[in-house]
Write a protein that binds this ligand. Structure first.
Ligand code: ADP
Length: 603
C-alpha cells in the first residue's frame, strides 16, 4: 500500500535554532567588529598629533575617562586614556581640530544599522523560508506545521493491498470482520433497519498472529481509506499534545468517512487509570480524549475503529464498555489446519519443491504464531541458498524449524567422548520414557548435535493432530518424560550433570500449574492459587494464597515431580538393554529419526 508520511519535527524547532545563532552573532561578533575599528594609542601620540596639527575631530569623554579622536581625513578613529591636563582645551584649540563633548560615530551609521538590524532579519527570514520549503516538501501539505497534529499514516488503496485471502487461518476473526466490510460497502442497508455497527473493535491475541494484517485486510476488502497509528505515537513529552492528536485524527477520519482508523498497541494509551502517584498525566489525558471522541461521533457515520493489543486485561474498563470498543475479536495462535494454511500462503512467495509435506511441517511447528511460520519459510529459503540449491525442500523446512526452536547448529563445538555419551543417554532417556508411556506424543527426531541456544541435544516429539485439552495423566507423563534424561544419567553413570537444567525448569512449571491453576491436587480442590497475568505475553503468574499455602504447594510440587522421576527411572531400568542399544546407535549417528528409534525399540 502507498503510504503518506507526515513530518516529525515542529516548525518552531528550526526557528529556535536560527534565533540562537542570531543572538550569538549580536553578542559576540558585533562588539568584536566594533572594537576592531578603534585604534588604541598612548597619550604622547595624541599630544604629538595635536602639535603637528594632524587631528580631525576630537571628543573628550569625561565620564569614560577617555579621548576619542580621528586623523585629518576622518578615516581612522583613535582612542587614548585621559591625563590630568589643565591645558588640554588650549592644546586642542592650537591644533586646529574640531573638538566637542559629543560622541563621535564609531562607524558609518548606515553600515552599523545594516549590520545590527537588517542583516540578522534577512538571515532570519531566508533560513526560515528555506526550512519551511524543505519541510513542506516532506510534509505534503501546509496543515502539518502545527503542534498536536496526528501523524497518522494514511494507506490509500493500491494494487497490492492486503486482502482476507492473504490472511490464512483465523476464520472466525475473518467472519467477524467481514460484517464490518459489508457495512462499509453499504451503510444504508444497516441504517434502514435500525441496526448500528459497533464503533470500535478490539483485536486481541498473542504477538505475530496477524492482527495488523487483519486490520489492513478489512481496509483492503472494503476499499476505504485506512488511518493507521500506533498507540505509542500519541504519547508526547508535553501534556495535552497526545489529546490534540486524537482530536485531529478523528477530525480527519470524519471528513474521510467511511473509513477505518487502526490503532496498534492500544495498551500504550489505554491502560487502566489507577490514579497511582506519579501516574502519567499525558497518557491519561490522551485516553480521556479518545473516550470523548468515541462517544462524540454518531453511530452509522461510517467510521470504524479497529485496535490491536496483546494485553487486553490491562485496558481501562471505560474503553471496553459497550458503545466504545464493544466487540472483541480474538486472534489466537493458529491450530494445525491454520498453521498449514499459513505455511502455504507464505510458501507461494518462494520456490518450493513439489513434494513438500506441509501438514508434517505444521505438526512439527506446534505452538508457532503466523509470524514465526513466515519466518520458518524464509529461514528454509535462506538454507536452500546457502546449500546452492534452487528449490526449497522438506529438509530445509525441518532444519529451519529446529533453527527456530533451538538455534543454529554449532559446527565447531567439540564435545569430549564422555560428554557425548552422557548427552546420548540423556536424550534416549527422554525418548524411551515418552515411548513407553501411553498418551505421549510420538518421537519425531533425536539429535545430539549442539545448537547455538546452548542445547547439547534434543528430542522432538510431535503430536498427531490438534490438542486442545490435556488430561492429568498426559501432564504427568510429560513431567515423567522431562525427568527421563536425568533418570538415564543416574541409572548409567550414577551421577547428575548440568544438562537437565531446562528440563527441571519446564517440569517445575508444569507441576506448579497442575496444582495451583488446574485444580489437579486433591488437597486444594478447585481453588485458584495463582492468577495469570499477561495471558498472551508469556503468562507470568502471581500467587493468590497465604504463605502457609505456598509452603504446602511447594511440598506438593516436589512430591509430584519426585513421583514422576521415580516412574521414569523404573521405566528405564526395565528397558536397560534397549536404552544401551539406542544410546550407542545415537552416539554413532548423532541424529536419528523417530522411525529408526521405533524400529530398534520394537526389534
Ligand atoms: P500482530 O499485529 O498480531 O503482532 P502482524 O499482523 O504484524 O502480527 O503479523 C506479522 C507477520 O506475520 C505478517 O506480516 C505475516 O507475514 C505473518 N502472519 C501472521 N499471521 C498470519 C496469517 N494468519 N496469515 C499469513 N501471515 C501471517
Amino acid at each position: 500500500m502507498d503510504e503518506v508520511k507526515h513530518p516529525k519535527k515542529p516548525f518552531i524547532y528550526y526557528y529556535g535554532i536560527v534565533l540562537v545563532i542570531l543572538l550569538l552573532f549580536n553578542f559576540l561578533a558585533m562588539p568584536w567588529l566594533a572594537q576592531r575599528q578603534v585604534q588604541k594609542v598612548d597619550y604622547g601620540t595624541f599630544l604629538d598629533m595635536a602639535e603637528k596639527q594632524e587631528l580631525g575631530r576630537v571628543e573628550v569623554q569625561q565620564s569614560e575617562n577617555q579621548i576619542l579622536f580621528t586623523n585629518k581625513d576622518n578615516t581612522v578613529i583613535y582612542k587614548t586614556g585621559m591625563m590630568p591636563d589643565p591645558d588640554l582645551t588650549q592644546t586642542l584649540k592650537d591644533s586646529g581640530a574640531e573638538f566637542e563633548g559629543e560622541i563621535i560615530e564609531q562607524a558609518n551609521p548606515i553600515l552599523s544599522f545594516l549590520l545590527t538590524w537588517v542583516l540578522p532579519m534577512v538571515i532570519f527570514v531566508v533560513i526560515g523560508q528555506y526550512m519551511y520549503k524543505r519541510m513542506m516538501k516532506n510534509a505534503g501539505g501546509p496543515n502539518t506545521m502545527m503542534f498536536g497534529k496526528s501523524n497518522a499514516k494514511v494507506y490509500v488503496k493500491s494494487s497490492e493491498g492486503i486482502k482476507f485471502s492473504d490472511v490464512a487461518g483465523e476464520d472466525e476473526a475473518k467472519e467477524n470482520l467481514s460484517e464490518i466490510v459489508d457495512y462499509l460497502h453499504n451503510p444504508s442497508k444497516y441504517r434502514e433497519i435500525g441496526a448500528s455497527m459497533p464503533k470500535g473493535i478490539l483485536l486481541v491475541g498473542p504477538p505475530g498472529t496477524g492482527k495488523t494484517m487483519l486490520a489492513k485486510a478489512v481496509a483492503g476488502e472494503s476499499n476505504v481509506p485506512f488511518f493507521s497509528m500506533s498507540g505509542s505515537e500519541f504519547v508526547e513529552m508535553f501534556v495535552g499534545l497526545g489529546a490534540s492528536k486524537v482530536r485531529d485524527l478523528f477530525k480527519q477520519a470524519k471528513e474521510k468517512a467511511p473509513c477505518i482508523v487502526f490503532i496498534d498497541e492500544i495498551d500504550a494509551i489505554g491502560q487502566k487509570r489507577d490514579g497511582r502517584l506519579g501516574g502519567n498525566d499525558e497518557r491519561e489525558q490522551t485516553l480521556n480524549q479518545l473516550l470523548t471522541e468515541m462517544d462524540g461521533f454518531e453511530e452509522n457515520i461510517g467510521v470504524v475503529i479497529l485496535a490491536a493489543t496483546n494485553r487486553p486485561e490491562s485496558l481501562d474498563p471505560a474503553l471496553t464498555r459497550p458503545g466504545r470498543f464493544d466487540r472483541r475479536v480474538p486472534v489466537e495462535l493458529p491450530d494445525l489446519k491454520g498453521r498449514e494454511e499459513i505455511l502455504k500462503v507464505h510458501a507461494k512467495k518462494v520456490r518450493m519443491d513439489n513434494n513438500v509435506d506441509f501438514s508434517r511441517v505444521a505438526r512439527m511447528a506446534s505452538g508457532a504464531s503466523g509470524a514465526e511460520l513466515a519466518n520458518i519459510i524464509n529461514e528454509a529459503a535462506l538454507h536452500a541458498v546457502r546449500d546452492g540449491r534452487h528449490l526449497v525442500t522438506q529438509s530445509d523446512l525441518e532444519e529451519s524449524i529446529e533453527v527456530v526452536i533451538a538455534g543454529y547448529q554449532k559446527k565447531n563445538a567439540i564435545l569430549t567422548d564422555a560428554e557425548k555419551k552422557i548427552v546420548a543417554y540423556h536424550e534416549i532417556g527422554h525418548a524411551l520414557v515418552a515411548a513407553k508411556q501411553t498418551n505421549s506424543a510420538p518421537v519425531q527426531k533425536i539429535t545430539i548435535v549442539p545448537r547455538t541456544s546452548g542445547a547439547l541435544g534434543y528430542t522432538m516429539q510431535v503430536d498427531e493432530g490438534n490438542h486442545y485439552l490435556m488430561s492429568q495423566e498426559e501432564l504427568e507423563n510429560k513431567i515423567a518424560t522431562l525427568t527421563g534424561g536425568r533418570a538415564a544419567e543416574e541409572l548409567v553413570f550414577h551421577s547428575a550433570s548440568t544438562g537437565a537444567s531446562n528440563d527441571i525448569e519446564q517440569a517445575t512449571k508444569l507441576a506448579r500449574a497442575m496444582i495451583t491453576r488446574y485444580g489437579m491436587s486433591k488437597d486444594f480442590d478447585m481453588v485458584a492459587l495463582e492468577t495469570v497475568q499477561n495471558q498472551y505475553l508469556g503468562g507470568d503468574t502471581t500467587p493468590a494464597c497465604s504463605t502457609e499455602t505456598q509452603t504446602e504447594i511447594d511440598k506438593q510440587v516436589i512430591a509430584l515431580i519426585r513421583r514422576q522421576h521415580e516412574k521414569a527411572a523404573k521405566i528405564l531400568e526395565e528397558n536397560r538393554d534397549k536404552l544401551d542399544e539406542l544410546a550407542k546407535y545415537l552416539y554413532e549417528k548423532e541424529t536419528i529419526t523417530g522411525e529408526e528409534f521405533m524400529s530398534i525399540l520394537n526389534a
